[in-house]
Ligand binder design. Structure first.
Ligand code: NAD
Length: 488
């Protein structure tokens, strides 16, 4: 498959000298080559988006969202085809891939409410004859830099809100998974947006740096690992841009003795091993409290060992490969670090080979038992199907442990006690909280939160946070003296 850029309403050959090989992680076969674009391609996209901005901004909001209604229908009609592409380049199962698109579509639907969401405020007579109003105006050209693990969904946390609010847009997908966005942009082409309103530029660091430094680009959203998020946040801010950057995670789940253990085990296994653990909301630290330990350890080990691993397009497969051979080696090496730090490995996914998919980069679900808080394996985001277990005696210890981590993307509690749940919700320092939930992914009508080293910025993606991020407020104070108005 040839990967092109989509700039100014045309598919254009990138000005790239180097290419990144895109590999189906289940088979090891090369399926595409991502052009590693640089500044000239970013310049072309930024120019197209700048040129389109004024006319798009002047298009009435109720007309702008008509394009989104059409896009929503096309995404829905092509959900299976998009799902198949996601599985082929990203590795997750077909069901997981289709579920990802459900959330993408939901965001388009919520953004269709922009005529209401983007309304301003008005107060008449703040003093006699003087009115005050706040209007929202678009920011200008905006861009999203996306990670590999949700190739179809993550740009939709932002793009629909941005364009509905009157901005123009550039998407830079992960170089590891360019095909999904390329296909989605074919749908965007069918929608018939005016030229330059939505643009696609492929590449890696050079393209990102081009975006970060481009004077015409006014706002940037990023999702990816924490080190890169910090770089994006500081560099974009230094170039005077509005920026939000979502980073990595290491999400704790606390299991109290009064939890429904069967339900907890199933949900925690789905969270830890779903998408091969390559999900920023995946549970990766399980903290058993008191008597919950014995039952949970046995049940989670069984759940891990019995998970069906294979090619995500095959029936019945519950978990696919990790993204590439680098990731497989890294995950396996980190399991080794855990073992060398004293953790037991009762279920060990190292060295996994799947019959018929010998070229794939699979790691079976892995359990690390008795991980020490503060150890390397406790601290490091593994981003693979590895669940580390820690034991404490009280809920106080468990909450303190959860709060001691540098990340704050998600924290979950399994319990049947309302009091414990209420306390947890209040005291835990994380942006997304699950009570008897393993993946507390907010619906599109809530912001996708994230605290501490999992997020750099103020406003988040989705819903009203996205409306705030992609609009700038203007406050107007007007005097209309009575003697003037009386004339009419
Ligand atoms: P990544 O940071 O390697 O890459 C993300 C994007 O940044 C890609 O588009 C890539 O091309 C670009 N990039 C990579 N290195 C760069 C550099 N040095 N300079 C400039 N740009 C660079 O992340 P990934 O491996 O694609 O995704 C996995 C990570 O994303 C995990 O850490 C995961 O937790 C995180 N993630 C977070 C969320 C969230 O909502 N917090 C959601 C999904 C993924």
């Amino acid at each position: 498959m040839e990967i092109l850029n989509y700039i100014n309403g045309e598919w254009v050959k990138p000005d790239a000298r180097e290419y990144f090989e895109v590999i189906n992680p289940a088979t090891g076969k090369i399926i595409a080559k991502t052009p590693l674009c640089g500044r000239s391609d970013v310049d072309a996209a930024a120019k197209a988006a700048s040129d389109a901005f004024l006319a798009w901004r002047r298009t009435p909001v109720q007309d702008r969202v008509q394009y989104l209604f059409k896009l929503r229908d096309l995404l829905k009609a092509n959900q299976d085809e998009i799902g198949r592409l996601i599985t082929e380049e990203c590795g997750k199962t077909f069901e997981e891939a289709k579920a990802e698109m459900v959330r993408a579509i939901e965001n388009v639907e919520i953004a269709c409410g922009m005529p209401h969401l983007g309304k301003g405020e008005f107060v008449e007579d703040i003093a006699p004859g003087i009115d005050e109003l706040m209007i929202r105006q678009p920011v200008g050209v905006c861009a999203t830099i996306a990670p590999f693990n949700f190739p179809g969904m993550i740009p939709f946390w932002y793009l629909p809100y941005a364009i509905a609010a009157g901005n123009t847009y550039i998407v830079k997908p992960s170089e590891k998974v360019p095909a999904t966005m390329q296909f989605i942009f074919k749908l965007i082409e069918q929608v018939g947006f005016p030229k330059g309103v939505v643009n696609l530029v492929n590449g890696a660091k050079d393209a990102v740096d081009g975006i970060l430094e481009h004077p015409a680009i006014r706002a940037i959203t990023f999702v990816g690992s924490t080190n890169v998020a910090k770089y994006i946040y500081s560099t974009a801010a230094a170039h005077g841009k509005r920026v939000q950057a979502q980073g990595g995670a290491k999400n704790p789940v606390i299991i109290l003795p009064d939890a429904d253990m069967e339900m907890a085990t199933k949900i925690i296994a789905d969270s830890a091993f779903g998408c091969a653990g390559q999900r920023c909301l995946a549970v990766s630290l399980a903290v058993t409290v008191g008597e919950s330990r014995n039952q949970f350890v046995e049940m989670i080990c069984d759940a891990a060992a019995s998970r069906k691993v294979g090619y995500g397009l095959d029936d019945g497969v519950q978990m696919g490969p990790v993204i590439n051979s680098f990731s497989k080696s890294r995950v396996e090496q980190l399991i080794g670090v855990g073992a060398s730090e004293g953790a037991a490995v009762p279920v060990d996914g190292r060295g996994t080979i799947i019959k018929g998919c010998e070229g794939g980069t699979f790691v079976r679900p892995t359990i690390l038992l008795d991980v020490q808080p503060g150890s390397e394996i406790w601290k490091t985001e593994i981003f693979g199907p590895v669940l580390s277990l820690v034991h404490v005696n009280t809920i106080d210890d468990a909450i303190a442990l959860a709060n001691s981590h540098v990340y704050g993307n998600q924290a979950s509690l399994f319990t049947s006690s309302g009091n414990a749940a209420r306390r947890f919700r209040y005291e835990v320092d994380a942006g997304n909280i699950g009570i008897n939930i393993g993946v507390a992914a907010p619906m599109a009508f809530f912001p996708f939160s994230g605290w501490k080293d999992s997020f750099f910025g103020d406003m988040h993606g989705q819903s009203m946070d996205a409306v705030e991020f992609f609009t700038q407020k203007k406050v107007v104070v007007e005097r209309w003296p009575k003697e003037w108005t009386r004339k009419f």
